[in-house]
Design a protein around this ligand. Structure first.
Ligand SMILES: Nc1nc2c(c(=O)[nH]1)N[C@@H](CN(C=O)c1ccc(C(=O)N[C@@H](CCC(=O)O)C(=O)O)cc1)CN2
Length: 285
């Protein structure tokens, strides 16, 4: 079997074209959605992701507000920019690009954000709303993964899903989304403390590999016919992305997300969805 591709690039392009019409409708009502980004430091990966987010905004008609601080910025300096975007009426939603430099209290920064402007769905209030099954902006990568699966017709209901990783942006929220009644998946969360990862992976209908460990998931660990999402981003000596999924998985799985070109573009597309939804809510108020 050679796996079919979960094409994030094409799916994100379709979502962006749908959003373009929604943004135009908002503008007719006098509302221009605006995405703010706060980037601290000079990490090339983060710079690239933020630049991509603003390119996407330009494509769909969302205004861009960019704030950049040096790696030496203090907690207080970053918090001042958060307060500024909380107050800026042109900014309907914003994100703080993660990770923040060592020594900065990331949770405190996230808590300081206006939860109504939290375009990443990572504010504790919004994560709490997700736990309580209340409407909230959804974390972009987990929601992007669900959208990618749905739009390719991969059955989520009743599926055994293994999530590898427990980070704030993907691993922690992913099971919360998958176990909602609308998804009804059964989830096992694995991490560096899991005793026999291979045994869990072999039972999975869907694998979300978000450990940041190059080629952690191998063909021999995967059930034939499974869907495998590669979320890991490590870099080799030439700076090329190496995912968490070994290429030989494509011989066993029914579906595989390429990396790059899979989950990354979907993360960016879901961010735009959150910004547009926030603007639509404010237009309705
Ligand atoms: N505030 C946040 N910070 C971070 C998040 C997040 O969701 N919110 N997730 C990641 C990084 N990320 C978004 O910010 C992100 C990662 C990857 C891509 C992407 O489009 N990747 C391309 C490849 C790009 C390359 O060549 O390097 C792809 O997969 O095709 C977009 C966004 C951590 N921080």
């Amino acid at each position: 079997m050679t796996a079919q591709i979960l094409d994030g690039k094409a799916t994100a392009a379709a979502i962006k074209s749908e959003l373009t019409a929604r943004v135009a409708a908002l503008k007719e009502k006098g509302v221009t959605p605006g995405l703010g980004t706060i980037l601290v430091g000079e990490d090339p990966g983060s710079q690239k992701y933020v630049a991509g987010k603003h390119r996407d905004c330009a494509q769909v008609g969302i205004a861009s507000i960019q704030r950049e601080l040096p790696a030496t910025a203090t907690q207080e300096e970053i918090e001042a920019v958060v307060r500024e975007l909380n107050e800026d009426p042109a900014c309907t939603g914003y994100i703080v690009q993660l990770p923040l430099p060592r020594g900065i209290d990331e949770n405190r920064i996230l808590e300081l954000m206006d939860p109504e402007k939290d375009a990443d769905g990572l504010h504790p209030m919004n994560l709490g709303r997700l736990v309580l099954n209340e409407p909230a902006p959804l974390p972009c990568t987990p929601n992007g993964i669900l959208t990618l699966l749905r739009r390719h017709g991969v059955e989520i209901k009743g599926a055994e899903v293994v999530v590898v990783g427990r980070g704030v942006t993907i691993g922690r929220p992913m099971p919360l989304l998958l176990t909602r009644r609308s998804e009804n998946a059964t989830v096992t969360q694995c991490h560096t403390g899991t005793r026999d990862l291979s045994a869990h992976l072999k039972r999975a209908d869907i694998i979300v590999a978000a450990a940041g460990s190059p080629h952690l998931v191998r063909g021999e660990d995967v059930k034939p016919g499974a869907a495998v999402l590669d979320v890991g981003v490590s870099r080799n000596a030439e700076g090329k992305i190496v995912g968490d999924v070994h290429p030989d998985v494509a011989e066993v799985a029914a579906w595989i997300s390429p990396n790059p070109g899979g989950v990354g573009p979907m993360t960016r597309a879901q961010l735009l969805v959150n910004v547009v939804e926030a603007a639509e809510r404010s237009a309705g108020r």
